[in-house]
Design a protein around this ligand. Structure first.
Ligand code: SAM
Length: 245
């Protein structure tokens, strides 16, 4: 997979994509990530990429032409899928990360200032994605959030697929609590079942904890979780215990 990030701050994006798990994935050719400076595509003496908004108002707007030219520079034979990071977009989810991980070429467009000229959105953008109901100064952090979540879904990026299939949001449940050595820390013990070596019991405990935590923190996502008959019964018992309190 190839990811092209169109940005006014390529150094900021490069610093992130060269580190940790994503950095290793890039080095081992599991993913190709390029950070393109939109300013390099401004056709004027001072490399100006923004201007005042028509109709008046505060701030500056990124002009269409440099963005369009930056986009053209990354397009190969096939049209890539272009995402504009925007607080007006649909909220990013794990499901969307999985969907985007199937793209051959994903282009992430970062806005700045008051945003970008609407006409370039109409011309090249396939979808707008928001990372949450708040406004950041630029699209770089949102683009890196999307790139990180997408890269983790690519084959071979994590040590094993189980790393993400058991994680929060993958199956509609939040993850069970995790523990590591020592077995007792500050007088707090690791749940005994995790030390038992009994895999079936550990699996059952983890699923039940996931159900408990999801019911407690995100009951809205429980609807879409795939639960066995026994687990549904367990969920009902938790709900009625909650009701009785
Ligand atoms: N004036 C715009 C509005 O009210 O919708 C906000 C522009 S914001 C200051 C500048 C850029 O940051 C946007 O063009 C977008 O690329 C990015 N951005 C800010 N918040 C975001 C969010 N929650 N999700 C995704 N991108 C965001």
């Amino acid at each position: 997979m190839k990811i092209s990030i169109l940005t006014l701050f390529p150094e900021m994006c490069n610093a992130f994509v060269n580190e940790s798990i994503i950095g290793r994935a890039v080095k081992s050719d599991k993913v190709d990530i390029e950070c393109i400076n939109i300013r390099d595509f401004a056709n004027n003496k001072h490399n100006k990429v923004d201007d005042t908004p028509y109709g008046g108002g505060m701030g500056m707007v990124m002009a269409a032409e440099p963005i369009y030219n930056a986009y053209k520079s990354v397009v190969g034979d096939k049209k890539p899928h272009l995402v504009y990071l925007s607080p007006k977009g649909a909220t990013f989810t794990q499901k969307k990360a999985i969907e985007l991980s199937n793209c051959e070429h994903l282009v992430l467009l970062c806005g700045h200032y008051e945003g970008i000229d609407e006409r370039v959105i109409e011309e090249i953008v396939d979808e707008e994605i928001s990372i949450g109901d708040y406004v950041l100064t630029g699209g770089e952090l949102p683009a890196l959030v999307v790139a990180d979540a997408v890269c983790r879904m690519l084959p071979g990026v994590l040590s094993d697929d189980i790393c993400f299939t058991e994680e929060s949001h993958f199956s509609g449940l939040l993850e069970y609590p995790q523990y590591t050595k020592p077995a007792v820390w500050n007088g707090r013990e690791v749940p005994e079942v995790l030390l038992s070596g009994h895999h079936a019991n550990i699996e059952k405990w983890r699923r039940e904890k996931s159900i408990e935590i999801t019911l407690d923190r995100r009951p809205d996502i429980l609807e879409s979780a795939e639960l066995s008959k026994k687990e549904l019964k367990y969920l009902e018992s938790l709900k009625s215990a909650k009701h009785d309190i």
